[in-house]
Design a protein around this ligand. Sequence first.
Ligand code: BEZ
Length: 236
Amino acid sequence: MSIQFFAPRGPGNEVVKIPREMRKTVKWLPQIGDIFPDFTVETTQGRLRFWDWAEGQWTHLFSHPAAFTPVCTTEIASFASLQDQWAKHGVQNLALTGSTLEEQTRWHDDINSIFNVKVDFPCAHDPGQKLATLFGMMHEKESTEWSIRKSFLIDPSMKVRMAFEYPIFVGRSGEEILRTLQALQLRDRTGAATPADWLEGEMQIVPDDRPESAVIRDFGTPSLYLSPYLRVAGWT
Ligand code: BEZ
């Protein structure tokens, strides 16, 4: 786990000035590459110990502000409607919010009747938003009452592979989270990087040191140098 000390120095060893209220504080936040901490929560599908539940599969762990709020309603409906896609890519969702389980269960019934979609992933109650605070999901300048919309993609070895933060009044895109997941899984399989706006099936960025014969084997096409530092392959 990484520790973020707020006494940083710049590249020339000069002091980097930090806003006064943040000085002399020490915070840990899950970063890309960290093993995500273990924790136990009560969810709409029973008690869950995170490492036991998540290890061996991909996880999309996400916070949202509260049940019975408009943007959250559309997000939960969107994530639930993508259930076949999550399953196809071996991903399970886990939601985290300050609302009680009883509130969340009633809310899911509403979501079902509005959008005709069943919420069939566990949604956890985080009393006092203690976990949300620990995981960097409470941004006090956005709200002291509600968490922001933070998403983590955590791989089967419990390593954080993606983290992003959205404000309270902007809903996330389930499709974008899935797109990022596909890019991460592709990288693990082939070592490819993915260009901006990449979608599954489109060309990928090939490591410079990969022999051409291996490119044809791994990517299914020869490679092409679009510039001396941009080698691509794998278009269909
Ligand atoms: C929402 O629309 O999801 C929302 C609105 C106000 C506060 C928190 C969440």
